[in-house]
Design a protein around this ligand. Structure first.
Ligand code: PLP
Length: 448
């Protein structure tokens, strides 16, 4: 890729100074740059473009709304798309989890969840509760409040003096453990770490526990053994602690259900969604809370929190059309079917490349991890920069994948392969062909 001298004009991206090609147009699962090169969007951007690009129904809904009104301040007006979207979302949730608060992105949604939780504690006479336990590694957003619960040294380190850091427990990275336990026993062992931490902190000080039910960028689509989920819920209930599910990445159908929580029948107290919720057509996110939490806050004078653009009619019109499209075209069913096929194909890479150490995920939230030794799961040497090099190899071949090296945690170089939920078998074949060629090139480059 060309790397002209000087910083990119509009992109202070932390991973590299490389100038990216200029986007020209996008349709379905493909994007084209200004030179006419085509890219298969194998990561839906940052796991955003769930229904693919340039969807006619969404564009029409947005145009229609634009002709009516693009903005009406939420303290002055309700608006129809927001009302319809809130009702639709509530109808997809377990009973009682039906209070919806719109925001413009994932970090805002997490901030809102933390602040609602705290205001609920104050309003319900539990002001001693303020700590929100999270996991390491984890990613919950870039704003300071979200960073306070994020477990990713790369993202938090420079800001630590500015943060009131919260307690963390290890994420259930069972695939890295070498012990005599069964996977279920391992899952339960990780869940018990929450109980131990709550007791260590003093239960009366603990407000909540926040987790990504299927991990995203921080862990590379980490899924815990099944018993983990119910045990975490039980532990939260034992101490009256709020369970907050961060489904910014896993929600809105990406794992084959509207919420990943549904796979385990878990009812969180608060859940946040964004990314695929408006699928890149507009900045949009939502906090969905149990009415039991919201009522005391309203009784005490209302949620002391808000964003100017929250719930604006244009964003909500986009979100409404995206969710309707997802449901009516059974894109969650497609995510399950195509996700199973893609996962099998990715698993096939393990037979071909000894340095592919693990393949994991659910639906179309899938990842693979590179290692130097599959037995010990020793990561590749940091100096190899595999998480950058493989992405570049794929990019050259017209395939976009998403990578991270979670430094400071135990996870190594992992790569998310998460095409839009409209992907079909031919797209899977194209992804695998380009990925295999890229892995061959990486193996040659690094002598693997
Ligand atoms: N939470 C999770 C699980 C995420 O994956 C992300 C973004 O990657 C965020 C929160 C932050 O969302 P945003 O970048 O829209 O602020």
């Amino acid at each position: 890729m060309d790397t002209p001298a000087g910083p990119p004009p509009s992109n202070l991206f932390y991973q590299s100074r490389a100038r990216r090609p200029v986007l020209d147009r996008a349709e379905g699962v493909y994007l084209w740059d200004r030179d006419g090169k085509r890219y298969l969007d194998g990561s839906s951007g940052a796991m955003v473009s769930n229904i693919g690009h340039s969807n006619p129904r969404v564009l029409a809904a947005m145009r229609e709304q634009m002709d009516k009104a693009t903005f009406g301040y939420r303290l002055h007006f309700e608006n129809e798309p927001a009302e319809k979207l809130a009702s639709l979302v509530a109808s997809l949730m377990p009973k009682g989890l039906d209070r919806v608060f719109f925001v413009s992105g994932g970090s805002e949604a997490v901030e809102s969840a933390l602040k609602l939780a705290r205001q609920w504690a104050v309003a319900s006479g539990q002001a001693s509760r303020w700590k929100v336990i999270s996991r390491y590694p984890s990613y919950h957003g870039s704003t300071l409040g979200a960073l306070a619960v994020t477990g990713m040294a790369l993202m938090t380190a420079p800001f630590s003096p500015m943060l009131r850091e919260m307690p963390r427990i290890p994420a259930p990275t069972c695939y890295l453990d070498r012990d005599e336990l069964t996977p279920d026993e391992r899952g339960l062992r990780y869940a018990e770490m929450l109980r131990t931490e709550i007791l260590r902190q003093g239960p009366e000080t603990v407000l909540g526990f926040i987790m990504e039910p299927v991990g995203g960028a921080s862990t590379g689509a980490l899924v815990a053994p099944d018993p983990y989920y119910a045990r975490i819920r039980e532990i939260c209930d034992e101490f009256g602690i709020l369970l907050i599910y961060d489904e910014v990445m896993s929600g809105a159908g990406r794992t084959g259900r509207f919420l990943a929580a549904e796979h385990w029948g878990i009812r969180p107290d608060i859940v946040v969604v964004s990314k695929g919720f408006a699928a890149g057509y507009s900045p949009l996110g939502a906090l969905i809370a149990d009415r039991r939490l919201v009522e005391p806050v309203l009784d005490a004078g209302g949620f002391i929190h808000g964003y100017t653009y929250a719930g604006n009619p244009l964003a909500c019109a986009a979100g409404l059309a995206v969710v309707e499209e997802t449901l009516e075209r059974d894109l969650m069913g497609n995510a399950t079917r195509i996700g199973a096929l893609l996962k099998t194909e990715l698993r096939g890479l393990m037979a071909r490349y000894p340095f592919v150490g693990d393949v994991r995920g659910k639906g179309l939230l899938l990842a693979f991890e590179l290692v130097s030794d599959r037995e010990t799961m020793e990561p590749l040497p940091v100096a190899y920069d595999a998480y950058v090099r493989l992405v570049e190899q794929a990019y050259e071949r017209g395939l976009i994948i998403y990578s991270r090296r979670t430094r400071g945690g135990r996870a190594g170089d992992h790569f998310l392969v998460c095409p839009p939920l409209i992907a079909d078998r031919d797209h899977v074949a194209e992804i695998m062909e380009k990925l295999t060629a890229s892995l061959d090139a990486l193996a040659g480059e690094l002598g693997l």
